[in-house]
Write a protein of this length. Structure first.
Length: 87
């Protein structure tokens, strides 16, 4: 059921709203952690202005597979997130 909703822009819409709210609240920076195996999320975050700031190696073991955690951040002072999101 969840797979049917993938690729419809829901995540992008939620992220845009969160960044807009953070900007409006005066946040200077937004940070997040994402599993390296979640390539769709990594792509989304990068397209919305987040950059990789570090990697925590082998932070998760799930179903016999080791995964890294990627640390990302988006600066709210290097231009508004709205400009990053909407070109």
């Amino acid at each position: 059921m969840v797979a049917a909703w993938r690729g419809r822009g829901l995540g992008r819409g939620l992220l845009e709203q969160a960044l807009s709210a953070a900007s409006g609240a005066g946040f200077r920076r937004v940070e997040l952690d994402v599993y390296a195996s979640n390539t769709a999320a990594l792509s989304l975050y990068k397209s919305c202005g987040f950059t990789v700031e570090g990697v925590k190696r082998a932070m998760r073991l799930l179903d016999g597979r080791v995964d890294d955690v990627v640390l990302m951040a988006c600066s709210m002072t290097d231009g508004s997130p709205e400009a990053l999101l909407h070109g």
